[in-house]
Write a protein that binds this ligand. Structure first.
Ligand code: 13P
Length: 275
């Protein structure tokens, strides 16, 4: 970890560079959890009370736990998000949930275009954009996921793939402060393998350039999160990178001890940066 210090020094200026954009620690519980696991869920939400106010914790439970998690989130500083939403607003769409329905459960964030939806259900960039529009129209913040496959990485196509996904998945002409990008390399999800910090920093800086090209100064309001095998061992290093505005955590977000450790890493880093 000899390379962490320069990055941490750079991160001291992050608050200034970021302006008013969000720092997020988001937990995507995927298809996990039951009503009986609520005591564990309560543990997961507890550390959020200790975080500085400019860091938002967002919980993305499965739809079946939205109501209980909303109650939980109300007692803590955490926010609620819905995993996915329909690309339609209402009607004959069996099995789908509209963004307005999620918002009705006090979900203020929507997670769209996750690689599991893209690969398992063949979601295209166009569909992800339609879903994102629905989330924004319902007054939510759209967290839009993008990321390259291992083959694309090995072919040296990461930057092109990211630029393409960004250009076609993110709705244009929307409020930049309600858009969040989650960079999740597909090969890093659930594998215990992460890109090097240089690769993460490079990808995020590239995304920031692409956003600036498209959105001009407003790009500064768009947070870019990293996701893929985030753990208490790497969270501080990744979050300390100058172009990383937060984390999207899968497996570790279901473990109270790991969640607490990641949240205290974030708090320590941000308090240090502000000092
Ligand atoms: P893991 O943290 O389990 O790799 O999952 C990442 C993810 O897919 C979050 O959306």
């Amino acid at each position: 970890m000899a390379h962490i210090e320069p990055y941490r020094r750079l991160s001291l200026n992050k608050e200034i560079l970021m302006g008013s954009r969000r720092t997020l620690i988001a937990g995507n519980w995927k298809m996990n959890g039951s009503r009986h696991s609520l005591s564990v869920l309560a543990e997961i939400a507890r550390p959020t009370n200790d975080l500085p106010p400019h860091i938002e914790v967002v919980l993305f439970p499965p739809a079946t736990l939205l109501a209980q998690t909303a109650t939980l989130a109300k007692k803590t500083a955490s926010k609620l998000g819905g995993q996915d939403c329909s690309s339609n607003s209402a009607g004959a769409f069996t099995g789908e949930l509209s963004a307005a329905m999620l918002n009705d459960f006090r979900a203020t964030y929507g997670l769209l275009g996750h690689s599991e939806g893209r690969t398992r259900h063949g979601e295209s960039d166009d569909l992800v954009r339609q879903k994102s529009i629905q989330a924004l129209d319902a007054g939510m913040i759209a967290v839009i996921c993008i990321g390259e496959t291992r083959d694309e990485k090995e072919a040296g196509r990461t930057f092109d793939v990211l630029a393409d996904q960004l250009a076609h998945s993110v709705p244009k002409f929307s409020s930049a402060d309600r858009i969040v990008i989650a960079y999740e390399p597909m090969w890093a999800i659930g594998t215990g393998t992460t890109p090097s910090v240089e690769e993460i920093e490079g990808a995020h800086a590239h995304l920031r350039d692409c956003l600036t090209f498209e959105w001009g100064a407003n790009a500064g309001l768009i947070s870019i999160l990293y996701g893929g095998s985030v753990s208490p061992h790497n969270a501080m290093e990744i979050l300390g990178l100058p172009s990383v505005d937060g984390l999207l955590i899968g497996g570790a977000s279901l473990n109270p001890a790991k969640s607490a450790a990641i949240c205290s890493n974030a708090a320590a880093l941000h308090m240090g940066a502000g000092a």
